[in-house]
Every structure is written in C-alpha cells, then in structure tokens.
Design a protein around this ligand. Structure first.
Ligand code: NOJ
Length: 763
C-alpha cells in the first residue's frame, strides 16, 4: 500500500480509552468529569442565582414535567395534577413540555415566577417538528427539496407559530441518519446521508433560532437523538444499536456537530443502548465529545423517561443508580423519569454525586433561559393577540405550499404527466385522496385535525366536474392514531369493484395510495414496506381496466414500489406534505410547478435490501462479477429501485463532462448543465467523491457538494464546486480528522448513480 503523508487537521484528543471510560467513573471526581467538558461561560447574574439555590431547587431546574392543564382552565383536576401544580410552585420543576396555549403557559409561568422562592421562569418545550398550527411537509419530505433556504424558512415559520402560543423550545431537528425504511422515524429526519443531513441540520437550527434567541418569534432548537438512534436493529423503534466507531464518527456524529456549529442550544439523548451503554448514560458522547471537544455550552435533556429506562436496559440497578449514571454522563435535564427529583438530593447529601455536577447542569439550563430572554420577561412568549393572528397567517400557508411543491419527487413518467388542463373523465381513486388528515403526518400536536387540503380539494379547481371519485380499498379507519397490524393491513376487497368500473369509463386514473400519516413516525415500524393492505392488489385490477394511471404515493418512508415501477406509467412521490398537500400535488400533476425534488433516501427493490443506502464500502470482491462468488443476491440486483439523489422533471437536463482542476488543497470542479426541454426547471446538481485508498476505508461514493439551480428552457448554467480539506477528509478510529494525499475520484450528476467525472491527485 502506498505511503501517505498524514495531515492532521483537527487533532481531537479522544482515544479508544474513552470507550472504556464508563468503568472508571466511580473513581473520577466531579471536577475531573466536568473539566473534560468545556466550562460554560457564565455571568454574575447566573452565578449569584446559583449561589442562592438549595440542592432541591437545583434538581428542580433539572426536572421536566409533561403538561397537566386542561386547556379549558388552570385548575388541576386530580391528585397527580395537583402534585405537579405544587411542585411548580415550590421550584421543583424547571421545564414543562406539552403545554400549548398562551393561557396555559402564562398560568404555569405565573406559578413558577410568583410562587417559587427564587422565581425562576420555566422553559416550555414542545415537539414542533414540521410547522405548528399550519403543518409543513414532514422533515424527510422537506429534505427531498434540497432547498436549504426553503427548509430554513419552514423552521422559522414553525418557530413563529410555536412561540406565538407560548412555546420557547422545540425538540427538533431530529438529525439521526436514517438508512432503514422499516424504522417509522425516518420521516422525522434528513435522510441517509451525513453531508446532506449536516446541511439540513444547520438550516433547521438557524431557522428555529434565528439570529437573536431573545426575539420572541424564535425558539431554542434541540438536536436529537444523541446518538445513533437511527441505527436501531431491525428498524424496530427503541431497539438496540450496535455499530462501529468509524460509523459513529463519519456518519452519525457529523449532523450533530453541524448543529453545534450552527449554535443549537440543546441536545436530547435517546432510548438506544449503543454498544452496551445506553446513550443516556454515555459519558463519552455527552461529556467528552459534545461538551468537551465540540465546546457545546447548552444543555442536554433526556428523552422521555430514558433515564429510568437504563434499569430495563440492565445498565442501572434501580432508578437511584440511573440518576447517578445519567448525571455523571452529562444528562442535564430529566424528562419524565422523575429519577433526578426522587434521588439526586439524597445522592448529593451522601456524597455519591458531587454538587459540582449539579451546578454545571443548572448553569447550562439557566444560561439557555437567559438567552431566551426569560429572566428579563418570563411572559415574553405569552402574547394572546399574536397567538390569534398567527393561527391564520396567509404567509405561513403560502410558504407551506412552496416547500410542499419542492418536496415532491417525480419517480417515473412515461409521457403521461403533466396532465392536460382540459382533461375530462378523470377518475380519482383511493381513500387517501379524500383524507384531510393523512398528510398532516404523525407529529402534528399543534395542528387541528382534518385541516389539510385533500388531494380531491386540490384537484377541484383544475377538474371540477370532470373528476369522479371512488374510495377503493380501506387504508385507515377511525383508530388512525394507533397503528398495529390490525389497522394497517386491511383486507376488505369490497371497494375494488366500483373503483375498477370507474377506471374503465375514464380517460385518466389518478390513484392516491400509500401510508396515512399515522402509519409512520414514532413507534410505527413496519416489516413490509409495500403499499399497505390491498392497495397493490387494487392497482393490479385497475391496470387491467385502464393503463393510463398516475400513482401518487403518500408515505413517511421509502416504500417498495417495484411492481408499481414496472406496471404504472407515472409515479409521483408525495410523502406527507402537510396542510397544503392537495394544492401542491395538483400543481405538480398539472404542470403549474415543474417537479424538482430528489430522494434523500434510497428506495429499495424490496425490503430484503434494507438498510439500503448509496454510501456503501466496497467489498473485497469489488465489482468483479462472477457467477457465484461475489457480493450479491441470487434473486435480485444489488442496485436500488430509485437511488439517492434521484428525481425526474418535466424537462430534461444535459450535463457536460466535468472539468477537474487540482488546487493546493484539493480541486475545483465545474460542470455545465443545459435545460434541453421545453419548460423551465430547477435541477439539483450533485457532486460525489471517492477516496481511492485511505488508512480507514472510505465509501464508494460520498456526496460532497450540491447546488439547486433554476435553468430556463434552452438555457445553461455552470456550477463550480470547491473540494478542500473539509470535503476530502474523514475521521479515523481514534477520532482524528485526516486528509490523506492520494487519488480521488470525482463524480457529478443528477443522482448518485448517473454520474460522470474523472479523478485528481491530492499532493
Ligand atoms: C419521545 C421522542 O423520542 C422524542 O423525540 C420527543 O421529543 C419526546 N418523546 C417528547 O415528546
């Protein structure tokens, strides 16, 4: 192997010792534990407050309760609520989640500020995942837009809406890399790729937080779930994660680091056990990496009950032990496990936990509250007039439509789309076409039910009485929120006959099929990622009646669409697009918007290929295709159905051969893209590299640049990418960032498979 000169760009003082570190915790002093992390820069106000606090009050700041107020009034109704009410009054609570009106926030804040001894305001957290009152597309859909400005704006709008109802902290963005379509939560992230995921993490954090955190229209963001939750075994939620250090450094951590660089104020850890240590109790992740090397000066909240879950994991002996492990590991706030509240004071009293650890956590929490402006005005986010105005904001609705259109991915088009505006006899089939709920996704806690524009409503202005609807087979029923095998795989065939007869008497058939919003998301993993229930069967019968089918797929994950790809002439991936779903879909179907979305996750040929992702390592057999002895399946090609970065348009683009000019620190790569069709469009030009030989093997392709450009029909646009140390390096297994000289392949194209390029030598 050729010798390479190593450039140590960012020397990161982690060694593999860190992985064994948990064992030596007992012997470490609090000062040692904290000094491994960055000391948070404090100020006189915070220090003097801290100096006045009792241990119970400190633990109070580290405790988060879920909401208990009935929206119709602040008086608690049962004893559990009453206890919470008293706890807030006596300073035993630092934060609430799931409180969602100004009235309730104000009432709770009043209790904390006017009744507790030190009057420290609460911070109000909420899952503001994609919009708040007006639902934006689910995050995976937005990621398909590859439009960072639009994504940032969408997050900023969500912050405006949420802050108008009193919320000042969102549990978003989820930046977990998702490569397993069975996992229901891929819908909440930025997709499979660490480079794209990092750019999206930055855009979302900046969108939520804006430039000034004390501006009452911005809210604190939270990068979650730290770390590795997306690698949940078998795609089953909350399951074990077991993957190597190289993946941790190069795939899982980069979007979290990007969030820190973008100024994210909080982190959430997670439910997963990673390589034998639940991440909630992982000191290496939270103290050494996050608060140490990365200099994160915000705070870490646990996931819901995840401190207590360390007992079930078999890591903590009991809740008391769990509290000790979590605080030592750097979990600053306990969400709903009550472990800190119940055990930390005594643990401090008996010198098992050093007070300095509590001070560090509380300092971080108070600092974020201060940055949010809560000490200057605890009611900063409580403005009833703004709350009323925001709920109907036309601007937010327009932006939700804009990003919904941009999120749609055209997967297949055999000259059937766009539809003619003078089309008559159009059949619209599928229960999902009439739904005003499905497109809102499963994270829509602030959104009113049944407020999405349905596909039928969106098509109405285009088709009016030229459209006839049939519901077809059942996809969801009245128990939408609760999903298990009983209400995902419906087997009642009765709707098929009418649908087929309508198709027979129509010129065009638009079928809306896929998943209801509640069929993906947290706790909604699937082993079968085809269209649920009898939807494929219905399509088969419809095809016998009419070949002119346009399939609109709504889903929160990549579905397996192999049969559909082979048999249906046009397929539009429409995810769950939020409040303006139907409008966006109609504009795309009729060509008022030329689709520009590209897949942020690979669509597999079947579930057996999962986890399917483009950034794989080469096997030792490489591409040497033999009949038997190479890395392949006997029943299916290795390639995906639709690759990462893929998406069609109503126009066509031609790429020039890229020009690669080596520079001292890398290369400059230029490509000219020409719109060779008849309509204007937007194209996402993508650049991939391969480090041919490295001291730690690198993937066969890595996205390292992209630009979304608008190109008029007949026009051209030259895009230039710069490859430097930031793009060409990687982390070795000791966490050192290296850029190694040698040969790099460069590939440019409209998706990860359709590329052209060359190579250069980095000296
Ligand atoms: C559990 C989820 O894993 C997390 O992402 C969410 O923010 C919390 N629940 C709070 O609702």
């Amino acid at each position: 192997m050729k010798t390479k000169l190593l450039f140590l760009l960012a020397l990161i003082s982690i060694s593999l010792i860190c992985c064994n570190k948990q064992m030596s915790d007992a012997a470490q002093t609090a000062t040692e534990i904290i000094t491994e992390s960055t000391e948070v820069e404090s100020n006189d106000f915070i220090e003097s407050l801290l100096a006045k606090m009792t241990v119970e009050e400190k633990v109070g700041q580290m405790t988060q309760y879920t909401g208990f107020f009935d929206p119709t009034g602040p008086v608690p109704k049962d004893s559990g609520q009453k206890e919470k009410y008293e706890a807030v009054k006596s300073g035993k609570v630092g934060s609430m989640l799931n409180v969602k009106t100004v009235k309730d926030v104000r009432a709770l804040q009043k209790l904390a500020v006017e009744n507790s001894r030190l009057g420290i305001p609460l911070i109000f957290g909420f899952d503001v995942i994609h919009g708040h009152k007006i639902a934006a597309p689910i995050p995976l859909a937005e990621s398909a837009s590859w439009d960072l400005e639009a994504i940032k704006k969408s997050a900023a709008n969500a912050a405006k809406e949420a802050s108008a109802v009193g919320i000042n902290w969102t549990f978003a963005p989820m930046v977990d890399i998702g490569r397993d379509a069975r996992w229901g939560r891929v819908m909440e992230g930025g997709g499979e790729d660490p480079y794209l995921g990092s750019k999206i993490a930055t855009a979302r954090v900046k969108g939520f937080q804006g430039d000034d955190l004390s501006d009452p229209t911005t809210i604190a963001a939270c990068a979650k779930h730290f770390a590795g939750y997306g690698y949940t075994e078998d795609g089953r939620d909350y399951n074990t994660t077991d993957f190597g250090i190289s993946t941790m450094y190069n795939v899982v951590l980069p979007p979290f680091k990007a969030a820190v660089d973008a100024g994210v104020q909080t982190f959430m850890n997670g439910f997963n056990d990673w390589n034998g240590i639940p991440v909630t109790g992982n000191e290496w992740l939270q103290r050494d990496i996050l608060k140490g090397q990365w200099g994160f000066d915000g705070f870490v909240v646990s996931d819901w009950g995840s401190i207590g879950e360390m007992v079930a994991h078999g890591y903590a002996e009991d809740n008391e032990h769990a509290a000790e492990l979590a605080v030592v590991a750097g979990s600053d706030m306990d969400m709903e496990a009550y472990a800190y509240q119940n055990f930390l004071p005594a643990l401090v009293d008996s010198n098992v936990v050093d007070m300095a650890l509590l001070d560090d956590a509380v300092r971080r929490i108070l600092t974020v509250k201060q940055r949010l402006g809560l000490f200057d005005d605890p009611y900063l986010y409580c403005d009833e007039e703004r709350e009323a105005a925001m709920a109907v904001s036309q601007e937010v609705k327009d932006d939700a439509l804009d990003i919904a259109k941009k999120s749609i991915v055209l997967l297949k088009n055999d000259d059937i789309l766009p539809l003619s505006k003078s089309a008559t006899r159009v059949a619209v089939i599928g229960q999902l076409a009439e739904s005003k709920n499905a497109a809102l996704g499963s994270w829509r806690l602030g959104v009113e039910d049944n407020t999405a524009v349905s596909v039928i409503e969106g098509l109405e202005p285009y088709l009016g009485k030229n459209m006839t609807y049939q519901r077809g087979v059942e996809v969801y029923n009245g128990t939408e929120g609760f999903v298990n095998e009983l209400n995902i795989n419906f087997d009642d065939e009765s709707g098929i006959r009418e649908a087929v007869s309508l198709a027979r008497s129509s010129d065009i058939v638009i079928v809306v099929a896929g998943e209801h919003g509640y069929q993906s998301g947290e706790g909604r993993s699937r082993t079968d990622i085809r269209l649920p229930g009898l939807q494929r069967e219905m399509l088969k019968q419809l095809k016998e009646a009419n070949e002119n089918i346009v399939l609109v797929v709504t889903s929160g994950r990549p579905l397996e669409l192999s049969w559909e790809d082979e048999n249906i002439p046009a397929i539009v991936q429409a995810w769950q697009l939020g409040t303006r779903a139907g409008d966006a879909i109609a504009e795309v179907l009729f060509g008022d918007y030329n689709p520009s979305g590209k897949l942020p996750m690979t669509f597999p040929r079947n579930v057996g290929q999962v986890p399917a992702y483009y950034g794989v390592k080469s096997t030792g057999r490489g591409d040497a295709i033999d009949l038997v002895f190479w890395s392949h399946y006997s029943d299916m090609p290795n390639s995906p159905l639709y690759p990462f970065g893929y998406g069609l348009s109503y126009t066509t683009y031609e790429y020039s051969k890229p020009t690669i000019t080596p520079t001292t620190s890398g290369a400059s790569v230029s490509v000219t893209v020409t719109n060779t069709g008849n309509v204007d469009g937007e194209e996402v030009v993508q650049l991939y590299i391969r480090d041919k030989a490295a001291s730690v093997t690198r993937p066969v392709k890595e996205l390292k640049g992209f630009e979304k450009v608008a190109i008029k029909a007949g026009g051209s646009q030259t895009v230039t990418f710069t490859l430097g140390s930031e793009e060409l390096g990687f982390f070795n297994n000791d966490g050192e960032y290296l850029v190694e000289p040698g040969e790099f392949d460069v590939m440019v194209g409209p998706n990860c498979m359709d590329t052209e390029g060359g190579s250069f030598i980095l000296k």
